[in-house]
Design a protein around this ligand. Structure first.
Ligand code: ATP
Ligand code: MG
Length: 147
């Protein structure tokens, strides 16, 4: 049975379904620990997209805003998990999402990563999103992709 379960959560409908699956998996074992992470990236700032949209925002302010947004996204998952009687840990990670998820999983001896098939960018035609696809390549643990 899986006892260290990592849910990668981006707030999308897909990741909400993944959250429910992760809760079900965690409930299967009394020893199971659920960890929920959201990854924020700052490279859009470098690309100038954000500053073009909003005028003048410093790098530090942008970072602060993104981290706050990340906390907000995680708080939605928190409400659902706690309603289900679980006490997960929550963490906002930074960097390339797939690499951050795979590195976190390895560092925390995760034995199951749970994620959605697609995420916030689900309009594209590919069957599976790039983050799920790359986590499948990078992860050393089992990965559950929820449809
Ligand atoms: P794209 O490749 O354009 O981003 P997408 O958004 O449809 O396409 P993914 O980003 O691969 O697809 O999302 C698939 C799953 O990966 C999500 O349901 C979620 O579980 C996880 N995920 C994606 N982005 C993040 C993130 N920033 N933090 C945590 N989990 C994420
Ligand atoms: Mg995405």
């Amino acid at each position: 049975m899986y006892t260290s379960i990592l849910l990668a959560y981006d707030g999308s409908e897909h990741s909400k379904r993944a959250l429910h699956a992760a809760i079900e998996c965690a409930k299967l074992s009394p020893d199971a620990q659920l960890k929920i992470v959201h990854v924020v990236r700052f490279d859009h700032f470098e690309e100038g997209v954000f500053s073009q949209m909003t005028g003048m925002v410093s790098r530090a302010e942008y970072r602060e805003l993104m981290l706050k947004e990340g906390e907000k996204i995680l708080s939605q998952a928190k409400a659902v998990a706690e309603d289900a009687g679980l006490t997960p840990t929550y963490e906002v990670l930074q960097g390339d999402p797939a690499r951050a998820i795979a590195d976190f999983a390895e560092a925390h001896h995760v034995d199951l990563i749970v994620m959605g098939r697609r995420g916030l960018n689900a309009l594209q035609e590919l069957f599976i999103g790039s983050v799920s696809h790359r986590v499948l390549q990078l992860a050393k643990s089992a990965v559950l992709i929820v449809k």
